[in-house]
Design a protein around this ligand. Structure first.
Ligand code: RIB
Length: 313
């Protein structure tokens, strides 16, 4: 089982010709109301990738709560530890440009009321997985990691949005997932010089004894663990919208590791899933299912190990 401890949002999305600079107004034709939030997106991604998933989070007692949870509910994500609280459901204001790049402003609302104490509603087994991001309070993330460690769970943190991770929390993690920008912010927080994403990931992994996975957009993904560098290319797609591509990578990676896959295979599976999410608009509607991920991952695996290079036993 995967427990996702994190944010639940409604995304208000406008497509614009170009992203606005400071002080600039840009116009788009209309907007869409889409379920999102890094936590909820990752929960759905893990579920669609084949895992049993429980979500721990909070929503308001308002009109956005039901739509925010609708796709999680439809997919069979366990929602008994999602608390209704006296605050507005989290909202993300998202602009997406013609190239599929985005700019996001998040109003935390109910996500600020997420508490690690809600984890007590769940009864995980040893080697289940806790998956977290950074859109709920830091103190609760630390408390959740302690709770998971005490129960021998695998602990995965997606340090997004970007920033440092306290050493005390790093010591509780098995895997940290970041993008090319976030890995530099993470390294800076540990006092590491900017030696490029690859070098910083290697240094964090070595110093803190973690697996450090870095998503690199069209360049695919790398992961440093135990002094070994794993890599996967992206699966080629026509990019429509990159929103939730990183979340899809995280959910799929957690699902593959939870299923007992090795890091190399899990990285390829996650890279395939994250790529596919770029080919459709919106956060949760863009998240691929297991059959689609398996098909894309099989193509990546075949490229890595073409039939004419295979050795026969
Ligand atoms: O990672 C994408 C997500 O970030 C969006 O769905 C939005 O809600 C913000 O949390």
């Amino acid at each position: 089982m995967i427990i996702v401890f994190g944010s639940i949002n409604i995304d208000l999305v406008a497509r614009v010709p170009a992203l606005p600079r400071a002080g600039e107004t840009v116009a788009g034709p209309d907007y869409a109301v889409i379920p999102g939030g890094k936590g909820a997106n990752q929960a759905l991604a893990a579920r669609r990738a084949g895992a049993a998933v429980a979500m721990v989070g909070a929503v308001g007692r308002d009109g956005f709560a039901a739509p925010a949870l609708s796709l999680l509910e439809a997919a069979g994500v366990e929602l008994s530890a999602v608390a209704p609280v006296d605050a507005a459901t989290g909202v993300a204001f998202i602009a997406v440009d013609a190239a599929g790049e985005n700019q996001i402003v998040v109003a935390a609302g109910a996500n600020a009321a997420v508490r690690a104490a809600a984890l007590e509603r769940l009864a995980p087994a040893p080697r289940d997985t806790l998956l977290m991001q950074w859109e709920v309070p830091e103190a609760e993330i630390l408390a959740a990691a302690r709770w998971a460690r005490a129960r021998d769970l695998r602990v995965i943190l997606n340090r997004a949005p970007a920033g440092p991770v306290p050493a005390e929390l790093a010591a509780l993690l098995d895997v940290v997932v970041v993008n090319a920008h976030e890995v530099l912010a993470l390294g800076a927080g540990f006092g590491l010089a900017d030696g490029g994403a690859d070098g910083v990931a290697a240094a964090i992994s070595e110093r803190h004894g973690l697996a450090v996975a870095v998503t690199l957009g069209a360049e695919g993904a790398i992961c440093w663990a135990d002094g070994i560098r794993h890599e996967s290319p992206a699966y080629p797609v026509e990019v429509v919208d990159t929103t939730a591509a990183g979340d899809t990578f995280c959910g799929a990676l957690a699902a593959a590791l939870d299923r007992g896959r090795g890091l190399e295979t899990a990285l390829e599976f996650a890279a395939a899933a994250g790529s596919l999410a770029c080919s459709r608009a919106g956060a949760q509607p863009s998240i691929p299912d297991l059959a689609a991920i398996d098909a894309a991952a099989a193509i990546l695996a075949e490229q890595r190990n073409p039939p004419n290079r295979r050795t026969t036993p």
